[in-house]
Design a protein around this ligand. Structure first.
Ligand code: B3K
Ligand code: ZN
Length: 850
């Protein structure tokens, strides 16, 4: 276990390592509890460095021997690493260490999952494999020999030799240690092939356990599409003879972009129509693309230090979003991204965990793989592209690849290529990387003599550690609609740079209705005094698909907030406007399905908090239920038509068209279930031949407090399939009534198949508890206590997953005094647990505001 003594690392303290690494040779003699790792590393003094201290990171290692230039040396070892006296000239470091992958439950470094050896080194896991300068700016080529009696032995790069019980891999591309990977297991390959545009033949493999062979085809297809897309859109080609992907059941996150050997959580790569939902397919396609795209944005050009994480993550998320938009529907993808950003990033940015896209300090870097770094980081790139234009963006990216290939870079390097290609000064824009908090932009307007003026005022609330905020560069995409609904001004990007700025549109014949923040052109909160009539008008006429959806969303939010605070009845503008949009058979079914969505209960809680009201989770839940019921009744006559429009008679395909239809059909089924008590859902369930339908129908039944028989049948049908069982666990918690949520959760934790050490299973249950807003926040505090208890139990086993899930408590200050007291008590209980990991210690203390 790690030392929990908190040391804070600062961006401003960066200094280069005193030595360069010319080559790394590693030999692994695999044994579950006594793997020997022999390293042979060529170091030489770094002429750029001033500090020549020779310190190698190392944790949980047993040093067997260490030598320099062939002579054994003495070393000084702490729980963080090793120091030694070294020559002031190039030298060869050799060391042998022993590690215990079989007991590595933290899933960081080299560990075992179902008899398979597997590694995860980002961010600082390589130091659990051998002594090394484990920092991203130290790059080297690697040769890796694996000795072991398992049939498949994999590492990065190209296979350079193999024989009975061994394999050797050589990676010609210099890389930081965090991209190292090793896999050894009884696996089979689902093969594929790709020829790059310059004619390199690349062997592709998806390595899985023999039972999973039937779930590989989709992932392989997604990989090929990603490779082609990166050539077509970014001109980036693959650079090795082989690209391997491995699926593993025990993994802390989605996947990892190790050079030439991507390792995936099995949930992020394995798919079949019978076992995966449309949403699973789309997520898998995006993650495969994301990891593949890292080959250039992350691997060939990496980060100088971990503060620059957004350099690779923001850019790669942005690229995978572009890919999904191209493969599927761009407006639907944009709406999904805005929904996710508001659900995950906004609470982070406006609560105790708020941090800049490029943080300036951390205790445990794993705690900064956040929605802010990833998703807001991607939004920042989207804004930059919008500001400079598509052509300049392409030019800048080409320069980036040309100038920085093989380097470990900073955000300054990134912005410089844009400055150099466009001549633009990005000093103010750079605040997006350093200033935390979500900017709010308040809108007012005026109309006189054919001139319409919009006044935008920006303001960002103080966030933890940052009291003073400065104006940012905010691209606000705006269009204007005339009284008959026609667009009188097409989309134009207003550049807001001052605290307050006015923009005029002249030559108009009548006062227009503005459509502001089209395409969600900036990750901000728009404060617009809009009447419901205006919203309904935009819902009917806006040509910008995002804002048309947003108009419906704002109507829904407005009616819900009034229902919560004033016990108002559902708003007629909302119900009528929605009905009209849903009736429009010309509109993409996926888009219409999104129109039926409502703000999450947690978002409503945030909106109330923002207005200075204390959110009551039960009142929020009741309002949502009431509105859903009213919507079902209002749409009663349309529902059969929606069902028929959503019918798919072709064989199952997870493409955008079919999944859009199923999304609409599913949303219509959920409404129908409110009227028929689940009768139709039971029929759908009985006939379902794919997981999307089966799971949708089951959730409708559970919501209608029916479905016991189906739940049992589902269990019998799928108990052999780990990924489907995760759904079975999660759905029951997600669909539980508020009062029953904790009880249901607790019962599931007593189920023999609740393997809590498996991150997917733990998250399926505990993540669903945290997400069931009214259930988690029941006034008795049972949800808080249950979650905290399990986090305390998981922490010594898997600190990373524990720390991440602490964010369930990040919004604690929104709620009433009783709930705050109970949450504070649980957070304190966690923080006072003896030997708490560094990861969880940091998270809890930040959440508590200590
Ligand atoms: N780079 C990895 C994430 C590593 C997380 C370390 N705690 C996956 C990704 O973003 O592609
Ligand atoms: Zn990534």
């Amino acid at each position: 276990m790690r030392d929990a003594a908190p040391t804070t690392i600062y961006l401003k303290d960066y200094t280069p390592f005193g030595y360069l690494v010319d080559s790394v040779h590693l030999t692994f003699d695999l044994a579950a509890h006594a793997t020997r790792v022999t390293s042979r590393i060529a170091f030489r003094p770094n002429p750029q460095a001033t500090d020549q201290t020779f310190f190698l990171h190392g944790e949980d290692l047993t040093l067997i021997s260490a030598a320099i230039n062939g002579t054994d040396i003495s070393t000084e070892i702490t729980d963080q690493g090793l120091s030694a006296d070294v020559p002031d000239a190039p030298f060869i470091w050799e060391a042998e260490v022993e590690i215990d992958p079989g007991n590595n439950t933290a899933l960081e470094g080299l560990y075992m999952s179902n008899g398979m050896y597997c590694s995860q080194c980002e961010a600082e896991g390589f130091r659990k494999i051998t002594y090394y300068p484990d920092r991203p700016d130290v790059m080297s080529t690697f040769t890796v020999r694996i000795n072991g009696d398992l049939p498949v032995l994999l590492s990065n790069g190209n296979l350079s030799g193999k024989g009975e019980g061994w394999a050797e891999w050589t990676d010609p591309w210099p890389k930081p240690a965090y991209l190292f990977a090793l896999v050894a297991g009884d696996l089979i390959a689902h093969p594929g092939q790709f020829t790059t545009k310059s004619g390199r033949d690349v062997e592709l493999n998806l390595w899985v356990r023999p039972d999973d062979e039937g779930k590989c085809a989709f992932g392989m297809k997604a990989l090929k599409k990603s490779m082609k897309w990166d050539e077509d859109v970014y001109g980036r080609e693959y650079d090795l003879d082989v690209f391997n992907i491995v699926a593993v059941d025990d993994f802390n996150m989605g996947a990892m972009e190790n050079k030439g050997l991507n390792i995936f959580n099995s949930s992020a790569v394995l798919a079949s129509p019978e076992t995966s939902t449309d949403t699973n397919f789309e997520r898998i396609e995006a993650i495969i693309a994301h990891e593949y795209f890292h080959n250039w944005t992350g691997n060939r050009i990496t980060c100088r230090d971990w503060f620059q994480l957004c350099l690779k993550e923001g850019l790669t998320v942005f690229r995978d979003a572009q890919f999904t938009s191209d493969m599927r529907s761009a407006p639907v993808k944009r709406i999904h991204d805005a929904i996710d950003l508001r659900a995950r990033q906004f609470p982070e940015d406006n609560g105790p965990l708020s941090h800049p896209v490029r943080p300036e300090s951390f205790q445990e870097i794993n705690n900064f793989y956040t929605s802010t770094v990833y998703e807001k980081g991607a939004e920042v790139i989207g804004m930059l592209k919008r500001l400079v234009g598509d052509e300049a963006y392409t030019k800048a990216l080409n320069l980036y690849f040309e100038r920085h290939d093989g380097q470990a870079c900073t955000i300054e390097d990134w912005l410089k290529v844009f400055e150099n290609t466009t001549g633009r000064d990005l000093t103010q824009f750079k605040r997006w990387y350093s200033q935390s908090g979500t900017p709010r932009v308040a809108v007012s307007d005026s109309w006189a003599d054919g001139t319409y003026t919009l006044t935008l005022k920006q303001k960002t609330q103080p966030t933890s550690g940052q009291d003073e905020k400065h104006p940012q560069v905010i691209p606000v995409a705006v269009g204007l609609l005339g009284p008959n609904g026609d667009e009188v001004r097409g989309t134009e990007v207003l550049e807001l740079t001052e605290p307050e700025q006015s923009f005029s549109f002249t030559g108009l014949t009548a006062k227009p209705t503005p459509s502001i923040l089209r395409d969600f052109s900036a990750p901000i909160i728009l404060e617009q005094d809009q009447s419901n009539a205006e919203r309904a008008f935009l819902l009917a006429h806006d040509t910008d698909p995002f804002n048309r959806w947003q108009a419906g969303r704002s109507l829904a939010q407005d009616t819900l907030l009034r229902m919560i605070s004033d016990e108002a009845t559902p708003d007629a503008d909302y119900l009528e406007g929605l009905l009209a949009v849903l009736r429009d058979g010309e509109l993409d079914p996926a888009y219409r399905a999104l129109m039926l969505g409502l703000p999450t209960q947690s978002e409503l809680a945030a909106a109330l908090d923002e207005k200075g009201q204390t959110p009551d989770p039960m009142a929020i839940w009741t309002a949502v239920e009431t509105l859903r019921q009213a919507t079902a009744q209002h749409m009663q006559d349309l529902l059969p038509r929606l069902h028929s429009e959503a019918l798919v008679d072709a064989p199952y395909s997870p493409d955008a068209e079919q999944s859009g239809k199923r999304a609409l059909g599913g949303a219509a089924l959920a409404l129908t279930s409110r009227l028929d008590g689940g009768a139709m859902a039971a029929e759908v369930y009985a006939k379902a031949d794919n997981m999307t339908l089966q799971l949708t129908a089951l959730s409708c039944l559970l919501r209608a407090a029916k479905g016991d028989a189906e739940l049992a049948a589902f269990y019998d049908q799928w108990r052999h399939d780990r990924l489907v069982m995760d759904k079975w666990f999660g759905l029951q918690v997600a669909m539980a009534s508020p009062e029953a949520t904790s009880k249901t959760t607790r019962a599931l934790t007593e189920h023999p198949e609740f393997n809590w050490k498996n991150p997917n299973r733990f998250r399926a249950v505990m993540g669903a508890l945290a997400m069931n807003h009214a259930g988690f926040h029941q006034p008795d505090g049972a949800g808080y206590e249950l979650l905290a208890g399990w986090l305390i139990r998981l922490d010594p086993v898997n600190p990373q997953t524990t720390a991440r899930m602490c964010s369930a408590f990040q919004t604690w200050k929104r709620y009433d005094a009783d709930r705050q007291d109970m949450m504070r008590a649980q957070l304190t209980r966690i923080s006072e647990t003896p030997n708490l990991s560094r990861d969880t210690t940091e998270m809890v203390s930040r959440i508590l505001g200590a």
